[in-house]
Design a binder for this molecule. Structure first.
Ligand code: DTR
Ligand code: ZN
Ligand code: ZN
Length: 500
């Protein structure tokens, strides 16, 4: 009914909209109008301030995340909710001081330019002979097989090339072989595999793990050929268990056996304040939570607002939430809506490809295509084109679809490059990342495209309103306990973690 009303309005002359809108709005409040850009920007501004006064980051395990959590709790209470904070443990990693890398008596390499430190590197100060470990990657890949380390002298430094297996596999083999440190240099296999290797070794390790550039690594392998190359690697890191949190709040109204979970991750990466990723989604979900009571009895299905922690560490908060639901609780969840990166400066209107029309091969749960259509119908009415966004599980909807729960959402793009076709549709710059500040210190309040953010938050609000009224096209809106069949785990690295 609402869709017809919108369509009719758009079809009419502008004057008709002006006269028709107020009366219509009074009778039928529209969440896409109640959710205002100004309120979203205010919340983003508050999150920026929290980061500014807490070391420039809101990453899980950091004070900026704790204050962000308190902020959401306070805002939700002010809006009349009784939010719950769900704690969960996670493996925290931080580099205390930048790693040092040099050739004793020779060049001193530059941190961040010539090499990086991998996440979960151990602490150490090693000066030792360096040996190239199967640099040609015969078999699986350099350092991927224990046999690659046959004859490796304990206490020496392993020079390993990227590729063929995870950083974790390479480090495990090196540590087992007695290496005192490992340098995993880039493989030059693509333009984005030339610079320092930045990624995660998955779990805490004893030995230092650094990632030299392709050029430096290749030079060092040559220099090591006669067995006399000495290198110095020094790292100082923290590896410890810390606590992160999800914040969760339900509407009073609505069926508790057909719940819509609307979520966004609250945490940022360590490097920056994360105001597009994901202050934009956080502020949108919070603003929807603040306004939804205006819909009154139109809320037939309960809406659960979720602010996930430690998404950037590998979807940890949403995974913890979903895996700690009983089968009966899981069966009460109708669907998940996820909002991650809605304000990318060079962005586009991306709608999660729930019907897998692009064939990205994720086999989404039934109902995900219907959610995609809800969004696309909305933008269709507004004559705003959209693009299917790869439904690869790289955000907090991943654990939901892995458990057979349909999902959908919007995003304006991350580190990938805008295509010429997209530049024609959305403006902006082809060949440049959607968000040039993705996972960097410059992901600030200013790093948001207000137009895209406004439009995507409208779509988020609209979808919640429509689905809170009925989930019929998604799940038949049945209240019987559903069997949530577990699906095989997603292939993609969660949250875009670089693991290999
Ligand atoms: N999960 C995001 C980045 C990301 C990459 N691809 C998508 C697609 C849809 C939403 C988000 C993303 C991050 O937090 O880094
Ligand atoms: Zn991110
Ligand atoms: Zn994100």
């Amino acid at each position: 009914m609402r869709t017809i009303a919108i369509g009719t309005l758009i079809g009419l002359a502008a004057a008709a909209i002006v006269t028709a809108a107020p009366a219509d709005a009074a009778e039928h409040p529209r969440l896409d109008r109640l959710v205002k850009l100004q309120d979203i920007r205010r919340h983003q501004h508050d999150l920026q301030k929290i980061a500014d006064y807490n070391g420039g980051t809101r990453a899980a395990g950091e004070p900026g995340f704790e204050v962000s959590t308190q902020y959401i709790v306070k805002q939700l209470k002010k809006a009349g909710y009784r939010p719950k904070v769900q704690d969960f443990p996670f493996a925290y990693f931080k580099e205390r001081t930048p790693a040092v890398f040099d050739r004793p008596g020779g060049p001193v390499y530059k941190y961040g330019t010539d090499y990086a430190t991998l996440d979960f590197s151990g602490t150490g100060d090693v000066t030792a002979t360096a040996h190239a470990v199967d640099p040609d990657g015969t078999g699986v890949g350099s350092g991927c097989e224990p046999a690659d380390f046959a004859g490796f002298t304990k206490g020496d430094i392993a020079l390993v090339k990227r590729g063929g297996c995870t950083f974790s596999d390479k480090t495990s083999n090196a540590q087992t072989a007695g290496a005192a440190a490992i340098a995993i240099y880039n493989d030059g296999a693509a333009p984005d595999r030339m610079g320092p290797v930045e990624g995660t070794a998955g779990q805490a390790w004893q030995i230092p793990i650094i990632g030299p550039t392709y050029q430096l690594g290749t030079d060092l392998v040559k220099a090591s050929a006669d067995g006399t190359l000495k290198l110095h690697i020094k790292t100082n890191t923290i590896n410890e268990q810390r606590t992160a949190h999800n914040v969760i709040a339900d509407t009073d109204r609505g069926r508790a056996d057909n719940v819509i979970v609307m979520g966004a991750h609250l945490d940022s990466v360590t490097k920056g304040p994360g105001i597009n990723d994901n202050g934009s989604g956080t502020a949108t979900v919070l603003t929807v939570a603040e306004q939804i009571s205006q819909l009154g009895r139109e809320i037939k299905n309960k809406v659960r607002f979720a602010f996930w922690g430690a998404e950037e560490e590998g979807l940890l908060g949403s995974t913890y939430y979903v895996t700690h639901l009983s089968a009966a609780q899981k069966a009460t969840i109708a669907l998940n809506l996820n909002f991650d990166m809605l304000g990318s400066p060079n962005g586009r209107r991306g709608v999660y490809d729930g019907d897998d029309s692009e064939g990205s091969g994720t086999n989404p749960p039934a109902g995900s295509g219907a959610i995609e259509k809800v969004f696309n119908d909305y933008y269709g009415e507004r004559k705003l084109p959209t693009s299917p966004s790869v439904f690869d599980g790289r955000s907090d909807y991943g654990p939901f679809i892995d458990n057979g729960i349909p999902a959908g959402g919007l995003d304006s793009g991350a580190e990938k490059l805008k295509t010429p076709e997209e530049a024609t549709i959305y403006g902006g710059e082809a060949g440049k990342p959607y968000d040039g500040c993705y996972h960097q210190a410059c992901d600030t309040y200013a790093n948001n495209n207000a137009t895209i953010l406004d439009q995507l938050s409208d779509g988020a609000a609209y979808a919640v309103q429509v689905l809170a009224k009925s989930t019929l096209p998604v799940n038949g809106e049945r209240s019987a306990v559903r069997q949530a069949a577990a699906r095989p785990a997603a292939q993609a690295a969660p949250a875009g973690l670089v693991t290999r």
